[in-house]
Write a new protein. Structure first.
Length: 481
């Protein structure tokens, strides 16, 4: 699955969960808001009925005082309180929103008006047949009791409703809190899971790419980056990277081969011109003499030696041609002194022709884990450069080996033209050369550098300045046998 798709799905899931939690919270909030509105309305109605009950009780006391003392002032007090009760009822009916409650209060108000009219008639009855007390007992008291019971019932009913709503609100609030906490934890867990999953799906392949790039950067062009579980983009990147490294390895082999052929081609061309043609004549004449001389001739042993030497020279020429061919790295415990000796033997004719003196100081050193053919190439390339640097001849080539800690060091020093200070840091750069046009490719030391890196070693160059020679030091780790 592509990274963009994973991000889209992860973000979509997280947003969907958060939106679901938010929607449910909004739904619960709407229900709680309705419950709170109902509770407030019921509380207003309950407060109204309690105030009405209090005012109604005061009126009852007024009636009791009238029956006991028959004072006209009680009648006026009753009517004043009645007007206040009716006015309050009318104001409350216009205030409350619940139409059913307004209708119930209006019904109670009408009943109260009938009750108030009956009380006023009681205040006016003074006949022996219909005394105020008798009228009260027959007409007023039943209506008073009915209104009182109605108020008490309504107060109890609304108190129960409010209590029920408050319990429901408390329960819903608790459930909403629990759900919010659980939803938040679920969202947090989902976010953590998606983040870790997405992080691992990207970071692990990137770490593999980083490690592979580090190995390849250190010179291991045989390393292949394999991503088992990775987004398609990273797999494509790894495939392209592997293809690039493969092409780079092929290019490196081509460059090595080109430089090898350039160096060995010059040497083998000189050998073919200087040795091969005369060698054919010498070998042919020696074989011809051996055929004509009798077995007991005194000269036969000398001719056999001549033929043997010529065959040895032919073998050297063939080894030069074999050496010029491309070879894979075949690491094995290698005697570096032997590599130096064999390389000096290959260059002996050129050194002698230029009157270059070779001073060797090859100390007994441990073997190194190396590819002999490639180390031959390095030694031959550096010594050839040193020989060419002593243009006028009559120079000295110093070659020494010694142990340095857990490494074997090879020092190749000449008394040639030296290297300018501003050039010393560039001699291992590809195509950098100080030779005349047509005399060098500028790849020899670059290839040597790559080969030594392949051997987990190091190669450095130093020069006191122009005309003071150059020293190349190679360090290779000791083989663990």
């Amino acid at each position: 699955m592509r990274i963009r798709t994973r991000l889209t799905i992860s973000f979509g899931l997280f947003v969907a969960l958060v939106c679901s939690i938010a929607a449910l919270n909004l739904y619960m909030s709407a229900i709680l808001r309705d419950k709170l509105d109902s509770s407030i309305s019921y509380a207003q109605v309950l407060s109204f009925w309690r105030e009405t009950d209090f005012a109604f009780a005061r009126q009852r006391r007024t009636i009791d005082y009238y029956l006991m003392f028959a004072t006209p002032a009680e009648k006026e007090s009753f009517n004043t309180q009645g007007l206040l009760i009716v006015r309050k009822i009318d104001e409350f009916i216009n205030l409350i929103r619940l139409s059913s409650e307004a209708k119930d209060i209006a019904v109670w108000r009408d009943a109260y008006r009938d009750y108030a009219a009956a009380v006023n008639r009681m205040f006016s009855s003074h006949t022996p047949e219909e005394t105020p007390m008798r009228y009260f007992e027959q007409r007023v008291e039943p209506a008073m009791k009915a209104l009182t019971d109605d108020i008490t019932g309504r107060i109890d009913d609304y108190a129960i409703r409010i209590d029920s709503i408050e319990k429901d609100i408390a329960a819903r609030t608790r459930k909403s809190f629990i759900f919010s906490v659980m939803g938040g934890l679920a969202a947090l867990f989902l976010a953590a899971y998606l983040s870790v999953s997405l992080f691992r799906s990207i970071s692990v392949p990137i770490k593999t790419l980083e490690d592979g790039a580090r190995l390849i950067g250190s010179g291991d062009l045989t390393h292949t980056i394999i991503l088992k579980r990775a987004p398609p983009e990273l797999k494509t990147l790894a495939d392209n990277f592997n293809s690039m490294v493969s092409n780079l390895a092929k290019l490196q082999l081509q460059v090595v081969q080109m430089d090898r052929m350039s160096s060995i081609g010059q040497l083998s061309g000189g050998v073919a011109h200087e040795i091969n043609n005369p060698l054919t004549g010498v070998l042919g004449q020696a074989q011809l003499l051996l055929e004509k001389l009798p077995e007991d001739s005194l000269y036969r042993s000398h001719i056999v030696k001549i033929e043997s030497a010529a065959q040895r020279c032919r073998k050297i020429v063939r080894s030069l041609l074999d050496f010029s061919r491309d070879k894979d790295y075949n690491f094995a415990p290698t005697d570096i002194n032997q590599i130096i000796e064999e390389t000096l033997d290959l260059l002996s004719s050129e050194l002698q022709s230029k009157s270059i003196i070779v001073k060797k100081d090859l100390k007994p050193v441990p073997k190194v884990m190396a590819s002999p053919s490639h180390m031959h190439q390095v030694a031959l390339n550096i010594m050839t450069n040193a020989t060419q640097a002593m243009k006028t001849g009559n120079g000295t080539l110093f070659v020494s080996t010694y142990r340095s800690g857990q490494e074997v060091a090879i020092s190749i020093k000449d008394t040639g033209i030296g290297i300018k200070k501003e050039h010393i840091n560039h001699i291992f750069d590809p195509f950098f050369t100080t030779k005349d046009i047509g005399q060098g490719t500028g790849l020899g030391l670059t290839i040597c550098y790559g080969i030594i890196q392949k051997h987990s070693g190091s190669i450095t160059a130093s020069s006191p300045g122009e005309g003071k020679g150059t020293e190349i030091i190679i360090r290779l780790p000791i083989a663990k046998i």
